[in-house]
Design a protein around this ligand. Sequence first.
Ligand code: SF4
Length: 254
Amino acid sequence: MITKLKLARLNGQPEIFYSIQGEGKSMGLPSVFVRTSLCNLHCIWCDTDYTWNWTGTRFAHANDARPGYTKFDKKTWIAHCTIEEVAAAVARHPCRNVILTGGEPMLQQPALVLLMRQLRQTDPAYRFEVETNGTLLPTPEFQQLVDQFNVSPKLENSNNSQKLREKPAVYRFFSENAKAVFKFVLAEKTDLEEVLELMARYGIPAEKIWLMPEGNTRQKLLQRRRWLVEVCKQYNFRYTDRLHVQIWGSRKGV
Ligand code: SF4
């Protein structure tokens, strides 16, 4: 059986693009992005809702009230690609930092293991980062191949139930894992209280925590940035902006 990856489809093409990492520990690093489809959460403010907000589902989204917003047809928005096709598309770019993002990429670990192995065979310099919502444990093979886990636990503001979004064993695993860093998206003071609780509950060291303002527009980021920088100074967290929003606004695939 040929293993296929389910990738997000954007403008009719599998979403693989060359840009810079816009957030977190590697912010500014030129990177090839591979966006997988499917997610096990459904955050109300998700800006990649075309990976999970399928026609016929009842998940709420902030855009529901927007005139003309409709849910997404799975057949149109998922691209089924062979490992060879994805590896060839990645290798077309003059860059060895690859970001596996989504959706939730860790839903497709076996296929991504094959992709990472294939790319490393062509060039051992390939480096892999994974953007994950922190609800799934990595398999030993996956964990071995990945260089950096960017773990972004979702808070109450995401509208996912606590049972769905907070997986104690996974948080503990990443808290102790040298390859993992945490990125929290904050909009309000109550979000900060939640972060502090999670930090205490799972023993997440402050130096592994990046705080990022919630917002898909420059205006929203501007409103929250100064507050968040002061919070980072107070608790010795790292601050991260959203470079891609600053540069391209809400445009996708750039
Ligand atoms: S975990 Fe990420 S991809 Fe999934 S719904 Fe939330 S923001 Fe969107």
